[in-house]
Write a protein that binds this ligand. Structure first.
Ligand code: ADP
Ligand code: ASP
Ligand code: MG
Length: 813
């Protein structure tokens, strides 16, 4: 004997019911087929009951729709000649249902007994129609009303199964029945007094388990709309996978903590008989599903699944009157239990100053009221504080048999949540240590589940979610590099990089699933109007784990938003130098936000484009070295200019060429005046641990006063022509000294300066080509022979790759 249960979505429509027939036709054994109401019907019946009891006539509409649905299903499933008898039975059930609802409507109330009677029609109708359909398909099927078998009795106000009577009924009935397939309604039962009762929402699983246990079935098969019990709810975590094999206890713990795929009480009856459960997918019958059996205490995975329960509220009983006084917690829990409020999670501070419980938010008003009433005496005397609830919370739990023998799991759980800015309100660990749970804000649930899933189940693949502002020269190259490297990164570095949002100065575009980088130009062009605050708001609302804001602009306005990203635990990667060379206070504030919120703030490309200058500096300092002196040529633009300028060219023409070829800022004066180099040496000095402002840097400009004073490019270029002799003099002087002109930045003993220098042959700077940069670090460990970093220091491609490198650093963080 096998017991098979098909849930609401598996029987939602005739098409699915035909799938069930195809599945069960292959069974040779005798089977009991337990079915739920057609998907959604129980909710509609409850809705109709509530509407009727509030004397809202629209219950009739709900009823009519339900009737129509059942009649249509009957017509679609049965051949015409077999329809009329079944249709009239269905109609007569609906007539009875209508009378019951009318009763509720006229009295203006609905009792639990009437409500149970009303919802019982869902399973009754579905099982009857399905049994008739199977018969019409020439299968040896019979219908049996579970209310004639499963008997409940009231215990502490709740309907509990009376197993003695139920098992006896079950054995007696099936002993006498020879049908190969017996179709039974799930969920419904009868009280000892003979009234219809139910086994709780989701209770059809339990019905099937009761039959399986009573009859010592070979197996209990739960057929549903997913391929087993997953490592996390697959509707919340896309990467979740079906767990092939799990113990009864683990499955019970997961279902208690929200894995709805199995109704928690289901396991108990089969566990005591050692009957295995298998969870299978009606829509993918070939998939293996999940096998639930006795624990084999296998070594292996510590965390088996992650589950969550939403709609949780927290109430805390606290105050000095609780310390050392026995009986307070007993009273607290008694009050809750008498009011039929079930406690999902408990923690008590060791000082005994507070007890905190998580309950369903639906019960919270009642709970607060009765607890405040019960402790009125203590509250009035200030010994206990008035209970104030906290709402909009959820429980997230890690579950696994082997967790008890492993240290560090909770540390890993909480640091993962912390890194993603998920605030943890309460922590609890079950005594069995099969479960570590915590309460967090409801809004963070999806992020928390995904981050934990990534940490515990996808150790190999980490997803990074990028929000890119600025898709010009550098930005476009960066997107192209991600596009072509994605596969490599996934396979080799186990990083899955997705661009979720992007913006230029005109439009912005978001795609939660990741923007297709083959067609981003088109998507962005048709996106919504660009808006910096809206962009930030969207990034925050999406609330993705491992979010990174990438600034590829040169905009001061954009740079002012970094603090808001970092403050929300969103990392920032930028090639924009403005923030790091702004007031020291701002720079330090951003660095401190990055530390407090565990969100890296990286700006490697601020100095030397893609060269690993800042990263190297950080490593030197972190390993205990001390920077004594920095000498550097940091302007690719100026290097280009002075490498091409000689007595056969004019300074004006070379600068013009540099501007046209993209080697200078759009406003070339920023480069030629030395401002850009000042910013860079300032950042290096700060990263070496010094407190410095831009005004502290000595700048010996080589441009004539008049050129410096110009306010637009046209005047600037005109002044270069006018002062050509000045530039030729600079060149001639260097040439006479057998030297080359280089624009050098220096930091030495607390003093930073920038300026044009004549570099003699043999010097490290002498042979610097094209737009290359070079940095010499003199440190305690490299006092005489400096550490040298040299290479292309400008250009969109290398800058983009520097940004990319920062992203990868975050991925490995
Ligand atoms: P049925 O109607 O077949 O009884 P349910 O809706 O009660 O189905 O349960 C199946 C649903 O449980 C899935 O569609 C899924 O959304 C949800 N679920 C929650 N947690 C898990 C989990 N860990 N594994 C599988 N499904 C889960
Ligand atoms: N139909 C019931 C419900 O929706 C029982 C079940 O489907 O398991 O709760
Ligand atoms: Mg269910």
């Amino acid at each position: 004997m096998k017991v098979l249960k098909f849930g609401g979505s598996s029987v939602a429509n005739p098409e699915n019911i035909i799938k069930i027939k195809n599945i069960i036709s292959k069974y040779e054994d005798q089977i009991i087929l337990v079915v739920s109401a057609f998907g959604g019907v129980t909710d509609h019946l409850l809705e109709a009951g509530t509407l009727a009891s509030t004397q809202d006539e629209s219950y009739k509409k709900v009823l009519a729709t339900l009737e129509e649905r059942h009649l249509t299903a009957t017509k679609q499933l049965l051949p015409v000649n077999a329809q009329s008898r079944v249709l009239s039975k269905v109609k007569s059930e609906f007539n009875e249902l209508e009378t019951l609802l009318e009763g509720a409507f006229y009295i203006g109330e609905i009792t639990p007994r009437l409500s149970d009677r009303i919802v019982s029609f869902g399973e009754l109708l579905s099982s009857y129609i399905i049994s008739e359909y199977l018969k019409s398909e020439q299968l040896d099927a019979e219908f049996k009303d579970s209310r004639e078998i499963i008997i409940t009795q009231k215990l502490n106000g709740k309907n509990m199964v009376n197993f003695a009577k139920t098992n006896a009924n079950c054995i007696a009935y099936f002993k006498a029945s020879n049908a190969k397939i017996t179709v039974c309604p799930g969920f419904i039962s009868t009280s000892e007094e003979g009234n219809s009762t139910t086994l709780g929402r989701g209770g059809s699983d339990y019905t099937a388990a009761i039959y399986a246990a009573a009859l010592d079935a070979e197996i209990l098969e739960i057929w549903t709309d997913v391929s087993g019990m997953y490592t996390a709810n697959p509707k919340m975590v896309k990467q979740a996978k079906a767990i092939p094999h799990i113990s009864y206890e683990e499955a019970m713990e997961l279902s208690h903590f929200g894995a709805k795929v199995l109704y928690p009480p289901t396991i108990q009856p089969v566990l005591s008989k050692g009957i295995s459960i298998v969870i299978k997918n009606t829509f993918d019958p070939e998939a293996n599903g999940t096998l639930i059996t006795k624990s084999k205490n296998e070594k292996g995975k510590t965390v088996r699944g992650i589950s969550h329960i939403g709609n949780i509220a927290l109430i805390s009983l606290e105050g000095p009157g609780m310390v050392g006084i026995p009986g307070i917690s007993k009273r607290f829990f008694e009050v809750l239990s008498q009011a039929d409020i079930s406690v999902v999670l408990i923690t008590q501070a060791s000082s005994e100053h507070s007890i905190c419980v998580g309950i369903s938010a639906d019960d919270v008003e009642k709970a607060v009221h009765i607890v405040n009433e019960a402790f009125e005496y203590e509250i009035e005397r200030g010994r206990i504080k008035t209970v104030i609830p906290e709402k909009d919370l959820a429980i997230v739990a890690l579950v696994g048999d082997n967790m008890k023998s492993h240290q560090g799991l909770s540390g890993k759980m909480f640091s993962t949540l912390g890194k993603n800015n998920v605030n943890i309100r309460v922590i609890a660990q079950g005594a069995s240590e099969r479960n570590i749970s915590c309460i967090i804000d409801q809004k963070d649930v999806k992020k928390a589940l995904n981050a934990l899933h990534e940490e515990f189940f996808e150790e190999n693949i980490k997803q990074l979610n990028l929000f890119v502002m600025g898709v010009g020269n550098v930005g476009a190259k960066f997107l192209e590099q991600i596009r072509s490297q994605r596969k490599f990164l996934k396979e080799n570095l186990k990083l899955n990089i997705r661009v979720i949002g992007m913006s230029n100065s005109r439009t912005m575009f978001f795609d939660e699933k990741g923007i297709d980088l083959n067609t981003w130009q088109e998507k962005l062009a048709n996106g919504q109007k660009a808006d910096k605050s809206k962009f930030l708001e969207l990034v925050n609302t999406l609330n993705f784990r491992n979010s990174i804001f990438v600034d590829n602009t040169a905009s001061e306005d954009v740079s002012t938003s970094y603090s808001e990203y970092l403050g929300n635990s969103i990392s920032v990667v930028t090639c924009n130098k403005i923030a790091c060379s702004s007031a020291y206070e701002n720079y330090a504030h951003l660095k401190s936000l990055a530390r407090s919120y565990n969100a890296p703030f990286l700006f490697e490309t601020n100095v030397g484009a893609g060269l690993p200058i800042i990263d190297t500096l950080k490593h030197l300092i972190a390993s205990g070295d001390k920077i004594l002196k920095i000498q550097a040529v940091l302007s690719g633009s100026l290097n280009f200019v002075f490498n091409n300028f000689n007595d056969t060219t004019t300074f004006h023409d070379v600068v013009k060429q540099a501007q046209e070829e993209g080697y200078t800022e759009p406003d070339p004066k920023i480069d030629l005046s030395g401002v850009d180099v000042m910013r860079k040496i300032l950042i290096l000095a700060r990263e070496s641990g010094n407190v410095l402002e831009i005004s502290d840097i000595k700048n010996n400009p080589f441009l004539p006063e008049e050129s410096l004073k110009t306010t637009n490019n046209e005047d600037f270029f005109a002044s270069l022509i006018k002062h050509e002799p000045h530039f030729q003099n600079l060149y001639a002087s260097a040439k006479n000294a057998d030297s080359k002109l280089k624009y050098v930045a220096q930091y030495d003993n607390g003093v930073a300066s920038v300026g044009l220098q004549e570099i003699p042959k043999g010097h490290d700077f002498y042979n610097l080509e094209g737009s290359d940069n070079i940095v010499l670090f003199y440190t305690e460990r490299y006092p005489n022979q400096p550490m040298i970093i040299k290479g292309a220091g400008a250009g969109a491609d290398v800058t983009a790759s520097g940004i990319f490198a920062d992203i990868i650093r975050i991925g490995n963080f």
